[in-house]
Structures are given as structure tokens and as C-alpha cells.
Write a new protein. Structure first.
Lengths: 220, 79
């Protein structure tokens, strides 16, 4: 099992992701600098971590989505490699067009940093299969721009096709239809605002995030 | 040639910053203010053959980077 974490200037959860994946799955994790033009061979999982890539300049995730390595990430995602964007990583996936919609400023203009209860809306995905039988998970969020937005037709499609993977039980940021995480139609690209990498062992308050990494790498 | 790109959230997309500014203006007594929208302006010099070519180029920049057309609209001014 092999995973890569992409490191942008301003990423701050890159090492959290590495430790979370290593401890919860035993996979080897390579850190890949955003300026690279290659990805390691034989990857089973690519993670775009949380943080403030490029200082959130222009728009969150906008500059990172154009980093040299993202051409490779896009190609890998299109080949079907499991790709997950967490928080800033979710913003990057939306900016790249790998996921629909965008993340707006939080409704109450506040940076929200707290544990949130989530509904596992779709446990049939390769990232959530391990939640089977469990309808709830707890992870923490930490974002100022986590307010998921898409037009009504896109939201209807996401819901209709089972692409809404996680929902907030108590919406912390105004996200449309309480959406916390979505997946692409092919089922290999997941974006979510809550941090599984901050909830991978009981000492952190929740170990529910570990299930996501374990599920993602279970088929590897 | 000097280009100015104005980027705003599309109508219908909640502009919480605009809303906060509006409330502050109301708090200062300007009750007649409504529909405040906060946007940004990006200015730069551009080498271009003619205005039409410059406009096409700046529009391409907007589509590729300067605006996220899922949520934002843009207006280009050239001088």
C-alpha cells in the first residue's frame, strides 16, 4: 500500500495526513512537493492536505490547482487512482474542476474550528465502505471558507446520484444542503471539509477518520 | 495597455462580506443602503497588439485563473 501527500507552500496538515495514514493503515506515505512534475509509481492513494496553500491568495485553492504536480494528479485521478482532498484540498479539487461546486466564505463570517458530527450519507463508496452499518462519524473542521455552494441543478444531481458522502448534523458554515463531503461520479475522487487526519485515534477525541483511510486503502 | 479586471460574486451567490458591510453602514445611519456586494479589482500592464487581442487574452486569464466562474462573474476594462 502506498500513498502520496502533496505538499503546497502553506499546507499545514501535510504531516498530520502522513502520520494519520501510516498509523491507521500501515501504508508507506511519500511527501510530494507541489513543484514536482512526477508522482511516485504504484500509488494507491493521493491526498491533498488541509492548510492555506499560497496563503489563500486570489481564492482558496486557486493557485494550488495550477501547481506543476497537479497535471500529474489530475491524470492519476482520471486513471482512477483514489484521490482525497481534505479542507484546503477539497477547495483545490473544486478549483481544478475534479469536483463540482465551490467553497464560499462561511455564512457567519467566522472561522469555525471544532468537532462536528457527520452523517455518513453514502457508505457505498471506496472511501466509506468501512463505515458500513454506522450512520454517524465525528471529525473536526477548521475552516473560514467551507460553505459549500453549487447551483440547484448540480445539488439535485449530487443528491440524486449518491455523490453526497458526508453531511453535517449541525451545519457549522452554511453549506448548501448540509453538505460536508462529495465524490465524483466515477467514485474515486472525494473532497470533504472535515479532517479525518485530525480524528484517527481515540486520544484525538475520535478515531472515525481512520476508517476513511482504511477504506480507501482496503482495495489496494 | 493597462488592464483592470473586476471580479464579483454572481448575483444569487451569498456575499456574506457584502452583508456585513451593509449592516455596518446601516449602523452608521445610512439606512438607504442595500444590496452591497464586495468584489476585487486586479490591475496589470499587458503587452498586446490591439484592443481586441488584449481583451481576448484577459478573458482567457479570467477563465483560467482570475475568476472562478462557478461563483464569480468578471468585467474587463482596458485603457
Amino acid at each position: 500500500m502506498k500513498a502520496a501527500v502533496i505538499v503546497f507552500p502553506g499546507s499545514n496538515c501535510d504531516r498530520d495526513c502522513k502520520v494519520a495514514i501510516e498509523r491507521s493503515t500501515g501504508a508507506s506515505v511519500e511527501m510530494v512537493w507541489h513543484g514536482e512534475t512526477w508522482l511516485p509509481d504504484g500509488l494507491d492513494l493521493i491526498v491533498l492536505p488541509g492548510g492555506f496553500s499560497y496563503g489563500d491568495y486570489l481564492r482558496c485553492g486557486a493557485m494550488a490547482s495550477l501547481s506543476p504536480v497537479m497535471t500529474e494528479v489530475k491524470a492519476a485521478a482520471e486513471r482512477g487512482i483514489a484521490t482525497v482532498g481534505i479542507c484546503n484540498g477539497f477547495q483545490v479539487l473544486c478549483e481544478m474542476g475534479l469536483l463540482p461546486g465551490a467553497l464560499l466564505r462561511n455564512e457567519k463570517l467566522k472561522y469555525v474550528c471544532k468537532a462536528v458530527d457527520l452523517e455518513v450519507t453514502n457508505s457505498q463508496t471506496r472511501f466509506t465502505a468501512g463505515y458500513q452499518g454506522r450512520r454517524q462519524a465525528t471529525m473536526t473542521v477548521g475552516n473560514g471558507e467551507g460553505n459549500f455552494f453549487a447551483d440547484e441543478a448540480t445539488l439535485d444531481r449530487l443528491e440524486g446520484e449518491g455523490q453526497v458522502v458526508f453531511r453535517y448534523l449541525n451545519n457549522p458554515n452554511g453549506s448548501a444542503r448540509d453538505i460536508a463531503g462529495i465524490i465524483n461520479p466515477k467514485g474515486n475522487v472525494l473532497g470533504l471539509m472535515p479532517h479525518p487526519d485530525r480524528a484517527f485515534e481515540p486520544e484525538l477525541g475520535s478515531a472515525d477518520g481512520a476508517i476513511l483511510f482504511q477504506s480507501a486503502l482496503a482495495s489496494a | 495597455m493597462r488592464a483592470k479586471v473586476h471580479v464579483f460574486l454572481k448575483p444569487g451567490v451569498l456575499d456574506v462580506q457584502g452583508k456585513a458591510v451593509e449592516q455596518a453602514l446601516h449602523g452608521l445611519g445610512w439606512d438607504g443602503v442595500s444590496q452591497v456586494r464586495v468584489g476585487k479589482t486586479i490591475e496589470f500592464d499587458l503587452k498586446a497588439g490591439d484592443a481586441a487581442a488584449a481583451e481576448a487574452e484577459v478573458k482567457a486569464m479570467c477563465e483560467k485563473l482570475l475568476a472562478n466562474t462557478v461563483i464569480e462573474s468578471y468585467r474587463v476594462e482596458l485603457a
